[in-house]
Design a protein around this ligand. Structure first.
Ligand code: RBV
Length: 422
């Protein structure tokens, strides 16, 4: 029997519509792979727990895993990203969902624990909270050998697991799905890149002619810089990595330390994976331009020093859904999007279905691959096999009706040989 806690079950019909919209755009995850999974049932008898943004796209991933025979548990990976209507629709389809929009930190972890009580063979995390909680609070699950393998969806989670591995604390085989080419070159660049629109959506501003600061120039932020420039903004990039900084400069952006950008910036958007991108210091806050919009598109809400900004502000006025006006002691006004949480998921609906299709095809095929091959795994980080990454690439091309060339035998030998030179 399905086990769940969601906000409002009467929203199920609305959720059904949302799932249908995404299904039509997720031609590989919800089309090709789901059809095959229905016939072959590669996940029969397997329990999978996902800690992911509960969106119409994630809903379709859950349904594909279920079509493959898995018992699926789902909880949110961010307190403000759950789409309550989708959660309600999934419950009707026998997915065990523990998620509602606006849950407290305590409730957030309660939801994770409910999923872990399902004793998953596979955990699919987004940000690391589920797998870290499993290590801390469910040691018997980790040591039981019941966990065949884990998958991590996002850069921040991979960073956490690399640290766990370095400290000898990672006790499960962990596949950094984020690092597969079919994930980070599309979902991160295009999805987060297009997420700059959430900043526009928040305040309905014109980007053309604005000074927009993009913090970071990794996969996500470089996409954001490109989209902001495309809309006519004067883009400045801030970085701590010399190579990324050079890339930004040679792509034609201004590159400066964040402090120097503050007096002129009309919009500051972060996606660095780091904390305190704007230093949490009142003297720094006073340098911000009056009316600046601050938005974060990185996984956690500490890139913009949200807590310190709230403490410093004399007044905090919610001016529309998930936009707050912070009035400083010097009278300056700052507009904070989404309480410093992923603005693209809180103000908008997250990454479009077309790109999530590739990420979630990888998650689906990796679940199948883990079930088939788990006996050979050892705890630690294991790269997603290139064959799975390529498979998703070919399936997506196929679904889009695009053909590409194949290497001839001669070309194959040339590429893999050294003899032929000048
Ligand atoms: N993300 N999911 C969605 N529509 O379900 N949108 C974004 C969605 C994921 C994305 O893969 C990214 O790595 C992660 O959210 C950041 O938490």
């Amino acid at each position: 029997m399905v086990d769940y806690k969601v906000a409002d079950e009467t929203l199920a019909d609305q959720g059904e519509e949302a799932l249908y919209i995404a299904e039509n755009k997720m031609t590989v995850t919800a089309g090709i792979i789901r059809e095959r999974f229905k016939k072959e049932k590669p996940l029969e008898g397997i329990t999978i727990a996902g800690c992911l943004h509960v969106t119409k796209e994630t809903g379709n991933l859950a349904l594909t895993l279920q079509a493959g025979g898995a018992e699926v548990y789902l909880c949110g990976s961010n307190p403000l990203s759950t789409q309550d209507e989708v959660a309600a629709a999934l419950v009707k389809k026998d997915i065990n969902v523990f998620a509602w929009h606006g849950n407290t930190t305590e409730e957030f972890y309660w939801c994770i624990r409910q999923c872990l009580k399902g004793k998953p063979n596979i955990m699919i995390d987004d940000g690391g909270d589920m797998i870290v909680t499993a290590h801390q609070e469910f040691p018997e699950l980790i040591s039981s050998g019941k966990v065949y393998g884990c998958q991590e969806e996002t850069t921040t989670g991979v960073k956490r697991f690399k640290a766990m591995e370095r400290q000898g604390k990672l006790k499960v085989p962990l596949f950094p799905v984020n690092d597969a080419r079919c994930k980070n070159q599309f979902d991160n660049e295009l999805g987060t890149g297009q997420g700059v629109i959430s900043a526009i959506y928040g305040m309905h501003i014109l980007f053309a002619g604005k000074n927009v600061v993009i913090a970071g120039f990794g996969h996500c932020s470089s996409g954001m810089a490109l989209r902001a420039r495309g809309l006519g903004a004067n883009v400045t990039v801030t970085e701590v990595d010399p190579i990324n900084a050079l890339k930004a400069r040679f792509t034609g952006y201004n590159v400066k330390p964040i402090i120097e950008t503050l007096p002129e910036a009309d919009v500051i958007l972060t996606a660095t994976g780091c904390k305190h991108v704007i230093p949490p210091d009142p003297e720094v806050f006073n340098k911000l331009k009056d009316g600046v919009i601050l938005g974060n598109l990185g996984h956690f809400d500490i890139e913009i020093p949200t807590k310190e900004l709230y403490e410093y502000a004399e007044e905090i006025k919610p001016i529309r859904k998930y936009v707050e006006e912070l009035i400083f002691p010097n009278g300056k006004k700052v507009y904070l999007l989404a309480k410093g949480r992923l603005a693209n998921l809180v103000l908008a609906e997250g990454h479009p279905s077309e790109v999530m299709d590739m990420s979630f095809s990888l998650q689906s095929l990796m679940s199948e691959w883990i079930v088939k091959n788990h006996a050979a795994f050892k705890p630690g980080i294991i790269d997603v096999p290139k064959e799975i990454d390529d498979k998703v690439g070919y399936l997506k091309l196929d679904a889009m009706g695009i053909e590409i060339d194949k290497l001839t035998e001669e070309q194959y030998n040339y590429i893999h040989g050294f003899e032929e030179g000048t």
